[in-house]
Design a protein around this ligand. Sequence first.
Ligand code: HEM
Length: 245
Amino acid sequence: MIAALALAAALAVAPAAAADCTVETGAFTWGFKESFRAYISGSIANGEWTTEGAIDYATPAFFSEQLGGEVMLAPFAGELAVEGAMRFTGHDGILDTTIANPRLVIESPDRVVIIVDIRGTTQDFVPIDSTAVPFVTGDPGLAQWSVEGSTLRIDGIPLTLTAEGAEAFGTYPAGEAFDAITLELDTTAACAEAAIAARTSAGSAPVLLIVGAVLLAVVGSIVVHLVLRARRRSRPPTEAASAVP
Ligand code: HEM
């Protein structure tokens, strides 16, 4: 009985199916930073943005349907990347910043880092040409996860600027909120469901472990009590007891 309970607790915290699920292609939709776009397209910078390679723009966000790499769904980890760029220009070409080749590195279920190459200048006209800058980070756990056909949709991962990103971009401070990113990961409906289940059970794992431990303790003490009682009953009567008339 104890073994059965332990097995049930273990199964509850580790759905087996999701562990076999990987993703090799996907899409992202990302507005980058709404206030920056408003500044660029407004009357101050009087500029525009263009895209290159496998990145496109459809108001109000940049997107690519050509993410490639490898991501495990449980535990959620891996990397997807695309070759392409977002180029922002303004002030008659004085502002000219290109954010290129985004790599989405899922370090753990609660941390994704977007690494980019940055070319241009800071707001103070210091030239920048940096590759592989860990630009923004976010927690996928804070996004809305859903299944759409054979796609796992992770809608709205909130992102903030890293210290390295702040230094390279040269205007906003570290911790500044950038637009949330939405990911669509190509998989199967079963894998997408399993990933969502694994995410839910990962969050409740500590609770399940505590419940399992309490159950084991209760069942264990009942078993010990029953064994002791059975032994007492089968013992021969003591001398004192047999001396009583
Ligand atoms: C002729 C040169 C420039 C002028 C006159 C200028 C002027 C301004 C002004 C007036 C603002 C405030 C806008 C507002 O509060 O709505 C601003 C914001 C900003 N500028 Fe420039 N700027 C120049 C060059 C640059 C360059 C080279 C960069 C490099 C990326 C840059 C990046 C920014 C950013 C990121 C903001 C904040 C936008 C936001 O999120 O609100 N600027 N600039």
